[in-house]
Each structure stands twice: as C-alpha cells, then as structure tokens.
Design a protein around this ligand. Structure first.
Ligand code: SAM
Length: 457
C-alpha cells in the first residue's frame, strides 16, 4: 500500500522501530468479526473470541453475508473488532443496572448502537442519532433488525441536542474522522487523506463536542472515539475540551494480553489500537466524566397534552400474548398502528419527540386496517416477540433467501392465516394465506437485490 508521504513520516515518528511491522500489517487481510445478538441467537461455537468482549467473535474468512438469512434476521452484526472496545469503557465506568438515558450521537450504520443496545438494561433508553438523512434510514433498519425496543433513531444535527440540557447519563461520540485506521479496510480513505483534511476533521470534532456537551448531565460519562491515529483529532481535542469544561479523564483497565496501547499524559488516559498489535483496525477511545452536582428531574410531572396516546382496552386485548413479557411495555396508538414503548421512559420519550426528528421510535407491533389487525414486520424482528403465539414455518436456506428477495415461495404447507417464516428458529418476517395463495410481507426496500438463483446453498 502506498501511504501518503506526510502520514508515513508522522507514523514513523509515532511508532519508531515498530513502523515496519505496522506497514506490513497494512498488507495483510482485514480480520472479519461479528458480534452476536444473544437475545436472538445463542450459538457460541466460534473458535476465537474478540478478547475485550463477551459476544464478539472472529471468523476465519469473510462469507457472503448477504446470503446468510441470519444476517438479515439481526442475529449478529458484522463489526470491526477494535471498535468493540467500547464495551470495556461501558462496563468499567457506567452502572449498567441503572435506568439510563444514553446517546450515540454519530451512530450510522449502527455498529456501536447495536452494541450499546445489548449492554444497557431493558429499562434504559438509547437515542441513536445520525445527522445525514440517508444514513439515518440505514441506521433505523439495523436497529429494527437488532430488535431491542428501547431505542429511538433520530436525524439531528449535534447542536439540536442543546434543547435537552442534562438529559443524558452517557454519550458516545464516535466522531467522523480522517479514517487513518481504515486504510487497510477502505482504500478510499488513503486517497482522501490530506493534512488539510485532518485539520478540518479536528475542527469539526471540536464543534460536535461543544454542541452536545450541555446535554450530558453532571456526573455523566462521555466516550469519545475515532478510527484515526493522529494526535490532533484524538488527544489534542480532548485536552482542548478539558481546558474549557469541568471534566476528568477516566482510566480503563486492560488485560496485557489484549495489547492495547494505553497512554497516560497529564492525567489524561487514552487507548489506541494498531493493526500490527491487535487483531483489528486502527481505533482510538477515551472516557471523560463531567464534574458537578446533579439533581435528577422529577418524572412525575405530566405534560398537558400527551403525544403518546395509550391504545384502547380493546386494542390492547388484541395484542394479548404477542410479547414474551408485557410488563415493561406501554401500548401506544400512533395513526393506524399500535406500538410498544418502554413504560418507564414515556416522559423522556415524549420530550425527545418534541425536540428531535425521530425517524424510528418504539416497536410497531401491528397495523390497524379497518376491523383487521395485521402484525408488523418490526414485531417479527423484536427480541420480545412471543413466537409461540403465532404459527411458524421453519424453512431451509434456499427458501429463506427467496423470502428475503421477495421471490415466489414454495412451501410444503400453507399456513392457516398469518405465520412467521423462521430460519434456524429465528423469525425473518410474515406470510399470510389468501385462499390457495400465499402473500409475503417482507419490506420491499430491504429485499436482497443480488441474483441468488445461481448460488449453491
Ligand atoms: N458509530 C458508527 C458505527 O459504529 O457504526 C460509525 C460512525 S462514523 C465513524 C461517523 C458518523 O458521523 C457518520 O455516520 C457520519 O455521517 C456522521 N457525521 C458526519 N458529519 C457529522 C457532523 N458534522 N456531526 C455529527 N455527525 C456527523
């Protein structure tokens, strides 16, 4: 790989004798890793764990993920291994038993957000935000497939969050950066790299941090990460923030076998991943705690006009048995749909709807069509779906891929009415019998577009 001259010079200064090993690692294949969605899939026969995680695993080679129905079912997320280090920051500095408000500010396509959704408690709330509209749709799709239920996907500029003063207990800023750590995985990042762009990225990161700082409560935790190596976008930005705001840098304990490069300078702790030392791409992470006293706001105060209207008794009865455990959920009627929102977070969710552009919120359980009630695709993806309440038809891989492509389905039996199509017992979506025919209800914008007819299953 031909590296930009200025980048190479800087990395030689930074790494010294280790530079040839770094350069050599850039010629090697990118490791492939996934993180399991254990609320959907409990298979642990992967040979190698990503050591700083519980649910992350390396694969020996890169399969065609598009041809794996479990990928579409949200049974796992394909995620670069180094960035899964977020788990350590969370486990060591956040009380995961608490009911938290968590913001993932730069969230698309959803690697960190799906991870956060698995780490936080069921009565916590994750706001997964992406400023670019088209990317927020991809984020919403991935969050829907993950199926946690306590997630809101928003499409807002960081400065919009100053309407939510001290709202969040935890914030993750996985900032847009110059992408030096992605050179091996994404050759486009090499051609786009320049000293000028590094400076622009650093300035943008400062703006982003300033814009959201007030939305973090005193005592709250900010996790800042990039996939770049340079000091300007990493340590320097954090020193700059610490100079202006009352915060302290937090240490993360690391196992020596992980080979993480921990840097401590003037009570500022930071963590670097390099491809010649870690089985993953380049990554940087640091954790801050905002100083100050905090009084939690009372959640008792009800707003006069609620945006979230409770479903009627009759509508709620129609959903009887659809979820494994109904206790954590409030059933809300929104236009012609019935949705489940986390009961304990309704006041906060209401506030978020009033202040942000929510593109995905709660889990749509059903659509109301005249007198009929139709199960929604989001329900099929929901971790809390009570599968046993519905007829399900287990299919082989070829049929599963036909379903996911919205092609003609050949089933051994027609269902009685609505039924779930499952692959390895994990729901993929709905079908419904219409006389002697079968209608499929997989969202057309998510369908597999590649030609699957010539594939060996
Ligand atoms: N956290 C994501 C994950 O784990 O999948 C990756 C995020 S990526 C490193 C940075 C994200 O920041 C991109 O989705 C990009 O669209 C978004 N972004 C770009 N400019 C931004 C800005 N000015 N403010 C906030 N986010 C921005």
């Amino acid at each position: 790989m031909i590296l930009p001259e200025a980048f190479e010079k800087r990395m030689k200064e930074k790494l010294g004798n280790a530079f040839p090993a770094f350069q050599q690692a850039l010629e090697e294949d990118t490791p492939v890793s996934i993180r399991l969605n254990c609320k959907k899939w409990k298979v642990f026969n992967f040979p190698q764990t990503v050591p700083w995680t519980t649910d992350g695993f390396y694969l020996e080679k890169r399969p065609k993920f598009t041809l794996d129905p479990l990928f579409h079912a949200g049974a796992y997320y394909v995620q670069e291994a180094s960035s899964m280090f977020l788990e350590q920051a969370f486990k060591q500095h956040v009380d995961l038993e608490e009911s938290l408000n968590v913001l993932d500010l730069c969230a698309a396509p959803g690697g960190k957000s799906t991870h956060l959704a698995s780490l936080i408690s069921e009565d916590s709330l994750l706001v997964s935000n992406e400023v670019i509209k088209s990317r927020s749709s991809i984020l919403a799709e991935n969050m829907c497939k993950w199926g946690s239920g306590n997630v809101l996907v928003t499409n807002n500029d960081p400065k919009d969050f100053n309407r939510l003063a001290e709202f969040f207990d935890v914030m993750v800023v996985d900032a847009p950066c110059s992408g030096e750590g992605m050179f091996r995985k994404d050759p486009g990042a090499v051609t786009e790299w320049s000293e000028e762009n590094v400076k622009l990225c650093a300035q943008r990161q400062q703006r982003i941090l300033m814009d959201v700082w007030d939305a973090l409560r005193p005592g709250g935790v900010l996790i800042y990460s990039t996939c770049t190596y340079n000091q300007l976008e990493n340590e320097d930005n954090i020193s700059w923030l610490l100079d202006q705001k009352e915060a302290e840098s937090l240490k993360i304990e690391t196992d020596p076998q992980w080979n993480v490069t921990a840097v401590e300078e003037k009570s500022q702790y930071s963590y670097h991943f390099y491809p010649h030392q870690n089985k993953g791409e380049g990554f940087f992470l640091t954790v801050l705690r905002k100083k100050g006293e905090w009084q939690p706001p009372s959640t008792k105060k009800k707003s006069k006009k609620s945006l979230l209207q409770k479903a009627s008794k009759q509508e709620q009865q129609a959903l009887n048995g659809w979820l494994k455990n109904e206790d954590p959920w409030a059933f809300i009627k929104h236009k012609d749909t019935l949705k489940a929102f986390p009961k304990e977070k309704l006041t906060q969710i209401e506030k978020l709807y009033k202040n942000l552009r929510v593109v995905y919120g709660g889990t749509e359980l059903a659509e109301l069509k005249r007198k009929n009630i139709r199960p929604s695709h989001q329900l099929a993806m929901f971790q809390s779906l009570n599968k046993e309440n519905f007829q399900h038809l287990e299919v082989d891989k070829k049929t599963a891929l036909q379903f996911l492509s919205k092609g003609d389905l050949q089933l051994h039996e027609l269902p009685k009415d609505w039924a779930l199509i499952t692959f390895e017992e994990i729901p993929l979506g709905w079908v419904k019998r219409a006389g002697n025919r079968l209608n499929t209800y997989y969202p057309k914008e998510w369908r597999i577009r590649m030609d699957i007819s010539s594939e060996n299953y």
